[in-house]
Design a protein around this ligand. Structure first.
Ligand SMILES: *Cc1c(COP(=O)(O)O)cnc(C)c1O
Length: 498
């Protein structure tokens, strides 16, 4: 046991000299710079199995009793990660909606950790809290949302949507729902069948239950059917249910569809419902000149969720929840226990969301917004959309591929052997073929797509949220998919022969 005298000249195992810190840091920065240079020529993934990964990193090793030198550890961590990760920063990564991270964001995270501001309370993070507030305002400005809105950073789209969902619940059901619980409150939330699965988690966590979700079918362009929505709301009111919330998508996950925001806003006014827009992926396309018209009505939303770790290219994690009136966040989250004595003239973020201690997620976004500027983001987002359309057009011209949808920067398609093109009896076969094709494509590490189901068809889905992608990368995808499809089709036909 150490005595108090030993602690006078304290040598803590975690402390390192500033020289060692410089050496280790410079070395790491050099390694990261080289990693970024090599990225375009590296495989996106090596498709290794969980057991292979565990073996490589010696998963079963017990916690060492004694410490190790900083540089050795960082070297080993960098090697493990550079050699065995999946790289969403690769120019041909178009799976899910995960963006290529902006280098300035990597450095921003480093700086944020060094200062270690606790953005729960203003007193603990005076500059960081103000930077977060400014970043929230700038994001609102990009969306054409009132800059007097409230908002905060959270981990991502799921949390941003949940925060807004809870704000809607307190605002429309009365904030005593927070003390009494939901009990038998027959609150109902309306969203299209294309809505992301966060809605189920939010309905569950909030105590409303997933049966409170009214799934409204989408039209052939994947947008909420307004007639069905109105009919359903009226029918629910008739039977004593309490509609409180309509969720609009500004860029659905599968096809990039934008619900009719202006019409949904007037319907919400008519029935006194909260309009929430899930713009986790797509809302920022509102700054690009060409798709801007789709987003008319966004400014009328009561709340918006948007993900800086998608189209603002922030490294994970960064989500942002915006509400028209900041008091709706306080109405949903604030408590004032006696041990908190923080002033009220500034924002204390613990009052506005579920977190208490909070990291400084806004810094990387604040830096990137200034490095690139509004015009720079408009250009990058327009370029992503343009590349996605170019992909769709090349696919449409290819006799072995079937183009299925194109919205914002998402294109879906599938491989169809030419002799099956006109034959509708092979639906299941084509679904199996494309499912396996996707698995092989992902494992191959040259280009990375994910999947969607489009009108019952298993589709390959490319979502370009990647400032590193070029037209050349897009063009190289097609022969790759065709070759995999052809090989696989041959194998599957041989297997099914008697
Ligand atoms: C990505 C996404 C989400 C979930 O966001 P996370 O950041 O993954 O938590 C929700 N809704 C939409 C429309 C999305 O694109």
């Amino acid at each position: 046991m150490s005595q108090a005298n030993d602690v006078i000249d304290r040598i803590s195992p975690a402390a390192i000299s500033s020289d060692e810190f410089r050496r280790a840091g410079h070395r790491l920065v050099d390694q990261v710079a080289e990693f970024l240079d090599l990225l375009p020529a590296s495989p996106i993934t090596r498709g290794e199995s969980p057991s292979a990964i565990r073996e490589t990193m010696d998963a079963a090793r017990p916690l060492p009793r004694e410490g190790s030198p900083t540089t050795d550890l960082l070297d080993r961590a960098a090697t493990l990660l550079f050699d065995h990760s999946l790289f969403n920063g690769h120019p041909s990564f178009w799976g899910y909606i995960t963006s290529s991270p902006a280098p300035i964001g990597m450095l921003g995270d480093f700086l944020a950790s060094a200062v270690n501001a606790n953005c729960g309370a203003w007193l603990l993070s005076p500059m960081a809290s103000e930077i977060e507030a400014q970043t929230v305002r700038w994001i609102a400005e990009m969306l054409g949302y009132p800059t007097g809105c409230g908002g905060l950073f959270v981990s991502g789209g799921n949390m941003a949507n949940l925060v807004c969902f809870l704000a809607a619940r307190a605002a429309k059901a009365g904030s005593d729902i927070r003390s009494r619980g939901v009990g038998g409150a027959r609150l109902r939330a309306y969203c299209s069948s294309e809505t992301h699965t966060w809605i189920q988690k939010a309905a569950d966590i909030s105590g409303l239950g997933t049966d409170s979700i009214r799934w409204i079918p989408a039209d052939e362009e994947f947008r909420m059917d307004m007639e069905v929505l109105r009919t359903r709301i009226l029918a629910d009111i008739e039977t004593g249910d309490k509609p409180f919330l309509v969720i609009a998508n500004a860029g659905t996950v599968s096809t990039g569809a934008v619900d009719p925001l202006g019409r949904l806003a007037s319907l919400c006014r008519e029935f006194d419902l909260w309009l929430h827009v899930d713009g986790a992926y797509g809302a920022l396309a509102a700054i690009a000149p060409e798709p801007a018209a789709l987003f008319a009505g966004l400014s009328e939303a009561d709340s918006i969720a948007v993900d800086p770790h998608k189209w603002l290219y922030a490294p994970l994690e960064a989500g942002c929840a915006l509400v028209r009136d900041v008091s709706s966040l306080r109405g949903a989250f604030a408590y004032h226990p006696p041990y908190y004595h923080f002033g009220v003239e500034a924002i204390n973020y613990f009052d506005l969301g579920p977190q208490n201690s909070r990291g400084f997620r806004a810094l990387k976004v604040w830096l990137a917004l200034q490095q690139v500027g509004r015009d720079g983001y408009a250009q990058m987002i327009s370029d992503d959309i343009g590349l996605s359309r170019a992909m769709y057009e090349c696919i449409a011209e290819n006799p072995e591929l079937e183009a299925l949808s194109q919205g914002l920067s998402i294109t879906t398609f599938r491989y169809v052997p030419p002799d099956l093109r006109m034959d509708s009896n092979f639906g299941d076969y084509l679904n199996d073929l494309n499912r396996e094709l996707l698995t092989r494509l992902q494992r191959g590490g040259k280009a990375y797509l994910s999947n969607a189901i489009i009108g019952g068809k298993y589709a390959l889905r490319a979502c370009i949220v990647n400032f590193r992608t070029t037209l050349q990368d897009v063009k190289e995808l097609l022969p790759l998919v065709v070759r995999l499809g052809k090989d696989l089709d041959g194998e599957m036909r041989r297997q099914s022969e008697p």
